[in-house]
Design a protein around this ligand. Structure first.
Ligand code: GNR
Ligand code: NI
Length: 173
């Protein structure tokens, strides 16, 4: 197969990151083409996950690879959380749409998620550790939520100013 072309990643505070995604209607060749381009974009950016929202496609689709070797691609289509552990833990998060910003977010330590795979087969995914964190982070994107929204208004304001300034300067150079 040809190398899939890369997609542009929206940067916070782009208002399009707050769009709520609609369910994927059909797992077909169009969708598999988009999935391949999302993986290429995620691996190119050294991310462990990418939600369709971040590439301005507002459908419930996520790609993930939390493996060290970057050889365990995972696709979640129309994911729904069936169970989230009441036990939570605070961990450091980053986001390809919020470059250079890292801060602590509380997440359930384990989740069970129902989703379709790239063949349209229904799967139950039992996740803990980094995979559980990543799935919750990506599913927030599909709901139009970016991790910085868990931080204090003061921090959010500082992050916004910093990124707006950085994007202005990137545009000028
Ligand atoms: O690459 C990513 N790393 C990461 C680290 C800690 C918690 C969540 C993530 S997801 C992020 C990629 C991304 O922005 N996905 O939406
Ligand atoms: Ni993200």
């Amino acid at each position: 197969m040809n190398t899939p072309s890369l997609l542009g990643i929206l940067c916070y505070p782009d208002p399009r990151l707050h769009t709520v995604a609609r369910p994927v209607a059909a797992v077909d060749e169009r969708l598999r083409g988009l999935i391949d381009r999302m993986f290429a974009t995620m691996y190119d950016a050294n991310g462990i996950g990418l939600a369709a929202t971040q590439v301005n496609v507002h459908e419930r689709l996520v790609v993930i690879d939390v493996s060290e070797e970057r050889n365990q691609p995972m696709v979640l289509i129309n994911p729904e959380i069936e169970w989230a552990s009441p036990e939570k833990r605070k961990g450091e998060e980053g986001c390809l749409s919020v470059p250079g910003i890292y801060d602590g977010v509380e997440r359930s330590v384990a989740v069970r998620v129902r989703a379709l795979d790239r063949d349209g087969q229904s799967r139950l995914i039992e996740a803990e550790g980094m995979l559980a964190v990543c799935i919750q982070h990506e599913m927030d994107h599909l709901m139009g939520k970016v991790f910085v929204e868990y931080l204090s208004p003061l921090k959010q304001g500082r992050i916004k100013s910093k990124l707006v300034k950085a994007q202005r300067e990137a545009l000028r150079s």
